[in-house]
Design a protein around this ligand. Structure first.
Ligand code: SF4
Ligand code: SF4
Length: 416
């Protein structure tokens, strides 16, 4: 695609990056065929190719150009950032990088309504601090009838028991784990089950209590610098354990929520221009591993799992399109003896997409219901997934129960 940036424009790093991405697009439109919002709305501007044109127009225009309107912002807001288009694109267009730039620019140009500002700030304040989120969750559970429907659906009716978390200090092999921000409150058993399964494989988890939210929520809600601050703070929290490299150092940073994992793997790119953190960020991104990347390399016989439960696996977009780990969880579950039902259109997003289910509830519900129809077609006993957002969004429909896959592996462990 030809671009028309001036030399002065191209001095700015974000315009140079946008120019690089735009020039890889050959406007073939193949990506529209797998875009969930294009399929639902049938509007070119709600598909990747149309959004790419909108962003080109936006970034090439002057600040006083009145062609850039709230409508441009609406079409960019409706994007799920699912990156299905990137998997489909034959030219390797890095759409999500352009979208980050385009969204920041459109927000700067047309601003946000007071309602949107309150919603974005409320979400950022409520979700990113685990202790604050846990307190709000408890309050919500106590006064459940008063909680608005979209949020109520995502809350477990009562506190969830996580069981005992083993002390993994005795193991020579050590890893860090990103505890996350909402997962410890909504599904505390996920990280506890991870610790138990890894313990059985002879891997201990080194605590890093100062690490918190990965930064994705701030970053995707018009607060990119706040998101970068969280990245730096996580790097500082993990660094002492990483610096002990060699025999005593940690091997990896385990991610149990694929959304966070995908984001941590991008720290290197997002902090590439930060002279104090660029090198460290590169090391952190290289060490970030989704839990399935750890398990698939291990001798799973050590888990002594024998199972025949029939499961349907929902592969989150952040696992299949961002981390390119399609089929990995299915492979591990099959090796452990679980039966997996076929799922049609497994490449499509469930509508959770970070905070999308709150900011775009109508589209998110349509996508959720379609996804559940596909997941339930093989009549599974349970649906399992690999990301807390997808888990609570799908489970909130009150249909087939939805859990993290590691919880089901943990339940199947024979007594040691
Ligand atoms: S498939 Fe790739 S090259 Fe073709 S229009 Fe979409 S983004 Fe551009
Ligand atoms: S990221 Fe997903 S919703 Fe957005 S344009 Fe690409 S395929 Fe469509």
């Amino acid at each position: 695609m030809q671009t028309q940036f001036t030399d002065a424009d191209l001095q700015k790093p974000h315009i140079r990056e946008a120019d690089r991405v735009l020039r890889t697009c050959v406007h073939c439109g193949f990506c529209n065929a797998t875009c969930p919002t294009y399929q639902l709305l049938g509007d070119e501007r709600d598909g990747p190719r149309g959004r790419i044109y909108l962003m080109k127009e936006l970034l090439e225009s002057r600040d006083d150009d009145d062609q850039v309107t709230k409508e441009t912002q609406l079409h960019l807001d409706r994007c799920l950032t699912c990156r299905n288009c990137e998997t489909t694109c034959p030219s390797g267009v890095e759409y999500h990088k352009l979208l980050d730039i385009g969204r920041a620019e459109v927000d700067r140009r047309v601003g946000r309504t007071p309602r949107e500002r309150v919603l974005h700030l409320g979400l950022r304040k409520a979700l990113v601090e685990p202790r604050r989120f846990a307190a709000l969750l408890k309050l919500g559970q106590t006064f459940r009838p008063l909680v608005p429907g979209t949020l109520k659906d995502k809350m477990p009716a009562k506190p969830v028991d996580a069981g005992v978390r083993p002390d993994g200090k005795r193991h020579a092999r050590q890893m860090l784990i990103l505890e996350g921000c909402v997962q410890p409150g909504l599904s505390p058993n996920t990280n506890a089950a991870t610790a138990r399964v890894l313990d059985r494989l002879g891997i201990g988890l080194t605590p890093a209590p100062q690490a918190g939210c990965c930064g994705a929520i701030d970053f995707h809600l018009s607060a990119q610098e706040a998101g970068r601050e969280r990245m730096r703070s996580n790097i500082d929290a993990w660094w002492p354990a990483i610096e002990k490299a060699g025999e005593a150092g940690v091997e990896a940073i385990v991610q149990t929520a694929s959304g966070c994992g995908a984001f941590v793997k991008e720290y290197a790119e997002m902090l590439a221009d930060d002279p104090d953190y660029a090198e460290k960020a590169e090391r952190i991104s290289a060490m970030a591993k989704d839990l399935v990347e750890i398990l698939r390399e291990e001798d799973l016989d050590a888990l002594a799992v024998k199972q025949s439960r029939k499961l349907a696996f929902h592969c989150p977009c952040t696992l299949q399109h961002a981390q390119r780990l399609s089929g990995a969880v299915e492979g591990v579950l099959t090796r452990l003896g679980f039966g997996l039902t076929p799922v049609r259109d497994a490449h499509l997003c469930c509508g959770s997409a970070g905070t999308y289910s709150v900011t775009q509830p109508v589209l998110a519900k349509q996508l959720r219901d379609d996804k559940l129809d596909a997941l339930e077609a093989g009549d599974p006993e349970l649906i399992v997934t690999a990301n807390i957002g997808c888990q609570t969004h799908l489970d909130g429909a009150g249909r087939t129960p939805v859990r993290h896959w590691i919880e089901i592996v943990d339940e199947a462990l024979r007594p040691a």
